[in-house]
Design a protein around this ligand. Structure first.
Ligand code: EPU
Length: 385
């Protein structure tokens, strides 16, 4: 693997922010990664794993070894009367993978079309859109332990998926800044076995003993496996999709129809990161208690809110930001997208891009307004580095 020093990260983060990595290594082989991880130099260096760069804000140069995941490949692992088990390597583009599964006649991922980023990054924030979350189609994943070089597998429960959340977003973040200290007492586990010929249970291998509260920056996801059931049913609960059904007078759409509709809806209200830098929704949709929701409705009767199973309510962060007048506003070259206030954009393009500082100044100003008006502290979705 070749090391690039002082490497530009501008084309590797979907905001298009100018920043450099002290060192950058392209990971295209698991064996080479394992060999690298087992060197003393690697263990003494701070590091960061980079997927598609579609969920991060760079606020300066990255004083760490950046591992750019470029592991490629996708295949059908197993098919039976229940469904298809499909695997993609972490470096594959998410949308291309979704497109490929539909071309093969394996429905199930269509609601997740056009989400920017890579397959390897998809479990980290448990991507979701139009009523489907990654965890609904997830079988298991494989990762390399960046302390030991061992390969391990996690099933859905072990990934601890939540709303835009997983085990990969918690704990160990310090290692971005502080060199990791090798723990000689770390219990070694047997390496993973290949999946070829393995039957349905694809996720039984051990995970690191000392993973504590999380695996952030501790694990590099190498491949993700999905289960796509043959008893497929279109997920059309979202209002935007209901509208499409009505518009096309088609209440029994195929997976390809849903895919086309989701692409059209997204293209209509979300900026294409290839054209206008952004990281999708900048904040999570907050949840509040029934009493808080009532108080907010008293201030703003039109607040967009959805009941949750546990009696709480989810509020549309985009609506809250919009209600505070932020849509279309900007600070420096960082702006609020005029068609969807939940999305912050780089208004300066590649030649005069916004800085991470401008993005965060704008984000904090938005947080303050929403807090002052509604008493809700919006939580950013992307990782801020
Ligand atoms: N709204 C406004 N003004 C705005 C933006 C939104 O009033 O400027 C209102 C909309 O009219 C709608 C409600 O807020 O009634 C919700 O908006 P939308 O349907 O666009 O969805 P969202 O809650 O803003 C979430 C996800 C998106 C996902 C869509 C569709 C989060 C943080 N975001 O957005 O995910 O595509 O639902 O499922 O959960 C992402 O995570 O990057 C992302 C794009």
């Amino acid at each position: 693997m070749v090391t690039e020093f002082n490497a530009s990260l501008q084309s590797y983060n979907s905001f298009g922010i100018l920043a450099r990595a002290q060192e950058l290594i392209r990971v295209s082989s698991i064996e080479a990664l394992q060999a690298l991880v087992r060197t003393q130099a690697f263990q003494q260096s701070p590091r960061m794993v980079l997927g598609g760069g579609s969920n991060m804000v760079l606020t300066g140069d990255v004083k760490a070894l950046v591992l750019k995941v470029e592991l490629m490949g996708k295949r059908l692992l197993h098919e039976d009367e229940k469904g298809y088990w499909v695997e993609a390597m972490a470096g594959e583009n998410w949308h291309d993978f979704v497109t490929w599964t539909l071309e093969q006649g394996w429905p199930g991922l269509e609601n997740l079309a056009l989400i920017p980023g890579t397959v390897g990054a998809s479990p980290v924030q448990n991507i979701g859109a139009y009523g489907v979350e990654l965890q609904d189609r997830f079988d298991s994943l494989e990762a390399v332990d960046l302390l030991t070089g061992e390969v391990f597998n996690l099933n859905a429960a072990q990934c601890a998926f939540g709303y835009r959340d997983s085990i990969f977003k918690h704990g160990q973040m310090k290692q971005v800044l502080v060199p990791a200290v090798r723990d000689s007492a770390l219990e070694r586990r047997p390496a993973d076995r290949p999946l070829e010929g393995q039957d349905k249970t694809l996720s039984s291998n051990p995970l690191p003993m000392d993973w504590g509260l999380g695996l952030a920056n501790r694990a590099l996801i190498t491949r993700v496996r999905f289960f796509l059931p043959k008893r497929w049913r279109a997920v059309l609960d979202y209002q935007d999709l209901q509208k499409k059904c009505a518009e096309h007078n088609n209440w029994e759409p195929s997976a390809q129809d849903v895919f086309n509709w989701v692409c059209a809806i997204r293209r209509d209200k979300l900026p294409d990161p290839k054209v206008v830098g952004n990281v999708g929704s900048f904040f999570k949709n907050p949840t509040v208690s029934a009493e808080q929701c009532k108080d907010i409705i008293a201030i703003e009767p039109s607040v967009v809110h959805y009941p949750l199973l546990d009696g709480r309510f989810k509020l549309a962060a985009g609506w809250l930001i919009d209600a505070c007048g932020w849509r279309g506003k900007s600070i420096g070259q960082a702006g609020v997208y005029d068609k969807q206030a939940l999305v912050l954009i780089n208004k300066g393009g590649a030649d005069n891009p916004c800085t991470g500082g401008e993005v965060m100044t704008l984000a904090r100003a938005i947080q303050t307004s929403v807090y002052e008006r509604f008493g809700i502290l919006l939580e950013p979705e992307p990782l801020v580095l």
